[in-house]
Design a protein around this ligand. Structure first.
Ligand SMILES: [Zn+2]
Length: 109
């Protein structure tokens, strides 16, 4: 029997495959480790998809961390503004310099 006539060795689940699943019926494209796989169940393809999934997850975590850091910087700037206003209200002797000092710490967009 040629490899093109064999079916993939993976068990698939879902509609029409029964409770215990059924053997994948896609044609064999790759032989690896003595087993035969279709194009979407080959170990190389699955490893590539897993790498892509991990890369996307790492990128999402990086973006969330950056957003969190930006929010923390904005929160700290807001707190600095409130402290400065309180100092000015209490009679700070150089309100203009204090305001300029606080404004210099404003997070950049
Ligand atoms: Zn398959």
């Amino acid at each position: 029997m040629s490899e093109a006539k064999r079916s993939c060795c993976k068990i698939v689940f879902g509609a029409g495959h029964g409770l215990l699943g059924a053997k994948c019926s896609r044609p064999v494209k790759i032989s690896s480790g003595g087993k035969f796989y279709c194009s979407i169940h080959s170990p190389e393809y699955l490893a590539k998809k897993e790498r892509e999934k991990q890369d996307a997850l790492a990128k999402e975590i990086e973006m969330k961390n950056a957003a969190y850091e930006r929010l923390a910087a904005i929160r700290e700037f807001k707190n600095s503004c409130v402290r400065a206003i309180r100092e000015i209200a209490a009679g700070h002797n150089d309100a203009q310099s204090l305001a300029q000092f606080v404004l210099e710490s404003e997070p950049k967009p």
